[in-house]
Design a protein around this ligand. Structure first.
Ligand SMILES: O=C(O)CCC(=O)C(=O)O
Ligand SMILES: [Fe+2]
Length: 255
């Protein structure tokens, strides 16, 4: 079966109108409209543009995708206590070789508060938070997800960074995706499965200017324009969230 046989064809367009009130995105001041594809919302923010499709993949398909992304021989990923698991990189994951990355700061190493994996064309190394990652080769699931983005992004990305937030304790701090190898005004497509988490954006030079988007199971968020140069983003801790979440950010690396 083609994983993407069942893209939603239902009344998702009518559900989208709940995100737009008087021409503005949710509680924000930013103008928003429904995209011609009927699946997503376009949000215009100063120096950037966002496309958000809350249910790009239907829930049955999304369930099976997260199941594949976390599958590990001999472990039930949905009940396992991943925060207590050491030696992640040595486990027999079926599709994604997850790893615990760490960063060095002031002579000390710190584990990142999430697990990650990097896949893509093999000639595209990437430096991220001070660590250089060599991508692992594409597999079928990642290629299908990449293909599903073509109608929106009109391009084939050459790499993807996966983040696994094991629970609401895992998070990503304020940052921009403005590494030099992404070029000027990078287009970044973020795909989300599992727990719904808060995705926050704030202006680099004025942190009181903010926007929040709930990234739910099966959603896609595309960040475009000069956004990475003017806005930071983060996924804060949400202590009450017990369920895991996998986020994939597809990117084009220029080397
Ligand atoms: O998990 C997310 O939604 C964001 C991930 C992210 O910002 C990144 O990997 O650079
Ligand atoms: Fe990011």
């Amino acid at each position: 079966m083609d994983l993407f046989d069942s893209l939603p064809t239902d009344d998702s367009a009518s559900a989208l109108t709940n995100f737009i009130i008087d021409g503005k995105f949710m509680q924000s001041d930013y103008p928003a409209h429904i995209h011609d594809d009927g699946k997503g919302i376009v949000i215009d923010i100063p120096d950037g543009r966002l496309y958000y499709a809350p249910r790009y993949f239907d829930s049955t398909l999304s369930d099976s995708i997260i199941d594949s992304l976390l599958a590990c021989d001999g472990i039930d990923h949905s009940t396992h206590d991943w925060h207590q698991q050491s030696d992640i990189g040595a486990l027999p994951f079926k599709n994604i070789q997850w790893q615990q990355d760490s960063v060095s700061m002031f002579g000390k190493t710190h584990d990142l508060p999430r697990l990650s994996a990097w896949y893509g064309d093999n000639d595209k190394p990437y430096t991220y938070s001070g660590i250089t990652l060599q991508p692992k080769p594409w597999n079928d699931i990642l290629l299908e997800l990449r293909a599903a983005l073509v109608p929106i992004c009109k391009r084939q990305f050459n790499s993807v960074l996966l983040n696994w937030y094991r629970s609401g304790n895992d998070h990503i701090s304020w940052h921009t995706d403005a590494e030099p190898e992404l070029g000027t005004n990078p287009l970044i497509a973020s795909v989300n499965f599992g727990a719904s988490r808060r995705f926050l954006l704030r202006r680099r030079e004025d942190h009181t200017i903010k926007l929040e988007i709930p990234l739910q199971h099966g959603s896609i968020l595309v960040m475009a324009g000069a956004l990475q140069h003017h806005w930071q983003h983060s996924v804060p801790k949400q202590k009450k969230v017990k369920e895991g979440r996998v986020n994939l950010t597809f990117r084009t690396i220029h080397t």
